[in-house]
Write a protein that binds this ligand. Structure first.
Ligand code: FES
Length: 151
């Protein structure tokens, strides 16, 4: 069993298309993280953790061009193994996080380490602590909570 918070299963990520959760980073700020299907064995730069059971990678839910969420509450827009930015349409490789087109060309998404163990997906990144499923706002008690990272 992997050492970390259990997030979801590979099967669910693949069925639903993506999985969104909120984690606290090492600066004690909340970040949204997306888990997406990835079919490659290993990401080129070692950024995206994938194992033989196949198939997921995790990234910060924010475009590198502007502070635009990929998953705005309806899942991550994807096509052909690429994450599509809903604002200007740049596409990022779901396995490597790299973008070679549009406004975000030449950038790579910040990665978050996850590990697959027996079909379950665990958060295994020392820099992040699991908070809850869904986006930052999904963990609010009400609209008065303002201790968020600004997007
Ligand atoms: S905000 Fe994503 S490409 Fe511009």
């Amino acid at each position: 069993m992997a050492d970390g918070a259990r997030l979801t299963t590979v099967e669910d990520v693949r069925e639903d298309g993506s999985f969104l959760f909120t984690a606290t980073n090492s600066f004690d700020m909340e970040e949204e993280v997306i888990v997406v299907p990835c079919d490659e064995e290993v990401a080129a730069d070692g950024g995206a953790p994938v194992d033989g059971e196949g198939g997921v990678a995790a990234w910060i839910n924010r475009c590198t061009h502007e502070a635009q969420r990929f998953d705005t509450g309806r899942g991550v827009p994807m096509r052909g193994g690429e994450i599509i930015c809903p604002k200007h349409g740049s596409m990022f490789d779901a396995c490597s996080g790299e973008c070679d087109n549009g406004e975000a060309a030449g950038t790579t998404l910040p990665d978050v380490d996850v590990t697959v163990d027996d079909g379950d997906v665990f958060l295994t990144d020392d820099e992040y602590t699991f908070e809850h499923e869904g986006g930052v706002d999904d963990g609010d008690d009400g609209p008065s909570s303002t201790s968020h990272v600004g997007f």
